[in-house]
Design a protein around this ligand. Structure first.
Ligand SMILES: [Fe+2]
Ligand SMILES: [Fe+2]
Length: 372
């Protein structure tokens, strides 16, 4: 029986170092360690060391900020919410331009966004709205969220904290990125299968999925979800993707209406987050800068890259989603062009759909207004 003494255990266990072994009695001594790590392994180790040092700096601050006796939906360790956004500097990666440039929003445009609802007009709309209400009820019940009613203060247990908001945003954004990708994918396959043009729908649908993923990535800069949250996201994605995929095959029109109603709820949620932030109920975010990913993606206005402004930008995005999806729900799925990607041959003297927030029509454009 031999026992092993490792003289430099860290190096030996992490960098794939080679060791010289010597036998001394019944002990094997590792007397020399020399690195055989490749250049890419060494780069990874440097990045890992930097990351760990950053995490160590974040832990105590985050621990101090956690309210005693609270437990969030996720079982993430206390360090999960960040007090600042460390930058990962490297000369190995060059950033490139995004394929979907985000339109620039003005402050007035973002402030003008309000909660809106498209009235139900037929059975398809009713089914879509019922599904959204059911999902919302399930989500609120599981996460202990309650939307305040006008003039009625919420009981303290339903007051939202930064951690609760982040849990909600992370989960919802991970789900919100699914429909655009499924719709875009199915229309893409249909175009290939039938060898026909798609009339510009795929681009808008994929752009919406990309936009939702950018929301998620922004929130990921602010928190590190734990295994429980990741498990919830995995389960939700598995169920939601397949359910939406099958539903889109059966009735794309109802699916767009469903997404329209779902996105109305997103505008609701971000409006409440803005109210909480502006009322000073989320003190940790009062003086924080917005993460760099957000500043670049939204091309945030000068002097505006603050956490206080971030929900304004995201809500403006969310306000376009019900508009686009309600409009798509009003169109002929097979023959109509996407009014958000077409260009008129001659200038038109009436408002037309746009990608920005210069014109927002949360209940969607009727078919007669856009197909002439
Ligand atoms: Fe979103
Ligand atoms: Fe959205």
């Amino acid at each position: 029986m031999y026992s092993v003494t490792v003289l430099r255990p860290t190096a030996a266990s992490t960098c794939g170092a080679a060791c010289t072994l010597k036998q001394a009695g019944n002990r094997v001594l590792i007397v020399g360690v020399y690195s055989t790590a490749t250049r890419s392994q060494r780069t990874f180790m440097t990045w890992k060391k930097n990351r760990d040092e950053t995490a160590k700096a974040v832990v105590p601050a985050a621990r101090n900020n956690q309210s005693p006796g609270t437990r969030s939906l996720s079982s993430t360790r206390p360090r999960w919410i960040k007090d600042f956004f460390p930058k990962f500097e490297t000369d190995k990666i060059v950033e490139v331009e995004t394929a979907w440039k985000h339109p620039v929003y003005t402050e007035e445009q973002m402030r003008a966004i309000s909660v809106a609802h498209r009235e139900v007009r037929n059975w398809s709309d009713r089914v879509a709205l019922m599904m959204v209400k059911l999902l919302r009820w399930g989500m609120d019940t599981v996460t202990g969220y309650k939307h305040p009613k006008k003039g009625k203060p919420l009981p303290p247990k339903f007051e939202m904290t930064e951690e609760k908001w982040l849990n909600r945003f992370l989960f919802l954004e991970s789900v919100a990125g699914v429909p655009g990708m499924v719709g875009g994918m199915l229309r893409h396959l249909r175009s290939l299968r039938l060898m026909r043009r798609d009339n510009g729908w795929i681009e808008s649908l994929l752009e919406e999925a990309y936009n939702e993923r950018m929301h998620l990535l922004t929130f990921m800069k602010m928190a590190e979800p734990g295994w429980f949250m990741r498990l919830m996201v995995l389960g939700a994605q598995g169920v939601f993707f397949n359910a939406f995929f099958l539903s889109y095959l059966c009735s794309p029109r109802t699916c767009h209406r469903f997404v329209g109603y779902l996105e109305e709820e997103a505008v609701h949620t971000y409006t409440r987050a803005i109210e909480d932030l502006e009322a000073g109920k989320l003190p940790k975010w009062q003086n924080m800068e917005a993460p760099e990913i957000a500043v670049q993606y939204w091309n945030m206005l000068e002097g505006k890259p603050k956490m206080l402004d971030l929900p304004l930008y995201i809500r403006a995005d969310e306000a376009k989603h019900p508009e686009v999806n309600h409009t798509m729900g009003n169109l002929n799925q097979k023959t109509d062009p996407n009014p958000y990607t077409i260009k008129f041959r001659e200038p038109v003297n009436r408002p037309v759909p746009s990608k920005g927030t210069d014109i927002v029509k949360p209940t969607g454009w009727e078919r007669e207004e856009v197909i002439v």
